[in-house]
Ligand binder design. Structure first.
Ligand code: HEM
Length: 440
């Protein structure tokens, strides 16, 4: 479409007019140069409609500003982006290694374990505790997060997004007949029930004078103090916590899984990463963030995984906060904007032969890591992913710790492995595959 209509064009998404931004230049110009105007959140209608009976799923305006500031500060105070946060991830990586050792080289689909490890990092921040991988309730929550991402990415989910109007509301009537709709409802209520339960348990044990242990404690204490001033209420916080749990589970889990698939597809890449890890770290000392600079190929590989996968190819929709003039268009307040992150991550002006998987595009002539400004899997501007730092730390530490402990083996030859997403819509969902984790 963008080849035909250029980097900015408007179309009807079912019944809604929307603006499409394609390629790095247009996305940057909107989200950075006109950051304030493009800082509203558009609808992820399937999520909103199914989950949130109270208002908006992602907040907007003053309410969003307050929640974003509160969340960022609270998570930072709890160790996100600091040494203690890093140590928590290292500890979780040890649990993951132990669980993989227990598989004794048998074939498995790694999706659940990887997402559980990633989710535990968020659970420690939100609820102050991790959960055992065997815990049935925790398994159900992690499967629900992955299931949500999957259901909103199916053709059915996309269709509902497009016809958020009469047709979509008709789905209320059809809901009992619609398996995908009830699956999505089930997943989201599993997430919300779990978070509500945690909030209730925290409420029962809350000691307002004691040091804050986690995000839920923090908001329960502040809620009493600031609720009236901010206009925020319990519902906002419930949604924020569910949002963080969902955002912090399915995304990093899917990216790690795809990284492993790429290693099976390209065994020579796995050899090179193992060699770099062996030389720079050895096999005993656990990796930490300061090692990233000494592991340029591994770093380049992880960037290329995120670029190649383009986990959220259409971005998460924005909405204009005021009437705006942009590249010759007079756009009304509230109109939705889709920054096509897939088109940025595959922009041929910034990535040569973008459809090829090639970690070396992130290396300079001396083999050192080379940045690329169009590497934007987390988007840009005021609404940039709140979990970017956490996600990148998790990807690096989980990935290197696993590779330090295991070689990955596929039961099928590399040629037989497909890299095509199983579902491609709101998210690119990696295909299912099996592998063995062989201890070194
Ligand atoms: C590979 C992992 C991840 C990717 C690719 C990703 C990507 C994104 C993208 C593209 C957005 C939309 C930004 C925009 O509107 O321009 C977003 C928003 C968001 N992400 Fe992430 N994300 C990841 C991991 C995480 C994690 C680990 C967390 C939290 C623990 C998180 C929390 C959020 C939140 C709260 C928002 C909404 C921000 C706002 O509206 O102010 N994400 N993410």
């Amino acid at each position: 479409l963008s080849a035909r209509y250029g980097p900015v064009f408007t179309v009807y998404l079912g019944s809604r007019p929307i603006v499409i931004l394609s390629g790095y230049e247009a996305v940057k110009e909107a989200l950075v140069d006109q950051a304030e105007a493009f800082s509203g959140r558009g609808k992820v209608a399937t999520l909103e409609k199914t989950f949130n009976q109270h208002g908006v799923f992602f907040a907007n305006g003053e309410q969003w500003k307050y929640l974003r500031k509160f969340t960022t500060l609270s998570l930072r105070n709890l160790g996100m982006g600091k040494k203690e946060g890093e140590e928590q991830i290292q500890e979780e990586a040890r649990y993951l290694v132990e669980a993989l050792q227990n598989t004794q080289g048998s074939l498995l689909d790694p999706s659940l374990l990887l997402s559980q490890a990633v989710s535990n990092v968020t659970c420690i921040l939100l609820f102050g505790s991790r959960f055992d991988y065997e815990d049935e309730k925790f398994r159900a929550v992690v499967l629900a997060a992955a299931g949500t991402l999957k259901e909103i990415s199916t053709s059915w989910g996309q269709l509902c997004e497009m016809f958020l109007g009469p047709l979509y509301y008709l789905s209320d009537i059809l809901q009992h007949l619609s398996a995908p709709h009830s699956r999505l409802t089930d997943h989201l209520s599993t997430l919300a029930t779990f978070v509500s339960g945690q909030i209730q348990q925290h409420q029962e044990k809350l000691e307002p004078q004691a040091p804050v242990r986690d995000f839920v404690d923090d908001f329960l204490v502040k809620m009493g103090q600031e609720e009236k001033a901010s206009g925020s209420d319990h519902t906002d916080f419930l949604l924020t916590a569910v949002n963080l749990l969902f955002g912090g589970t399915a995304t990093v889990g899917a990216t790690l899984k795809y990284a492993f698939l790429l290693l099976l597809k390209y065994p020579e890449v796995q050899d090179r990463i193992q060699e770099e890890l062996g030389q720079e770290l050895g096999w005993e000392r656990a990796p930490s963030l300061v090692d990233r600079g000494r592991l340029p190929y591994t770093d380049a590989f992880l960037h290329e995984v995120q670029r190649f996968l383009a986990l959220l190819p259409m971005g998460v929709p924005r909405a204009l906060t005021k009437p705006t003039s942009f590249r010759g268009y007079d756009l009304p307040q509230g109109i939705e904007v889709f920054p096509l992150l897939g088109s940025v991550l595959h922009d041929p002006e910034f990535f040569e032969r973008p459809e090829e998987f090639d970690p070396s595009r992130f290396l300079d002539a001396d083999g050192q890591f080379k940045k690329n400004e169009a590497f934007l899997p987390f988007s840009l501007g005021k609404r940039i992913c709140l979990g970017e730092g956490l996600a990148r730390t998790e990807l690096f530490l989980f990935f290197t710790t696993i590779l330090q402990n295991f070689s990955l083996e596929s039961p099928s030859p590399p040629g037989a492995l497909s890299l095509q997403p199983a579902i491609s819509g709101f998210a690119n969902i990696p295909p299912t595959f099996q592998l063995r984790f062989r201890p070194h």
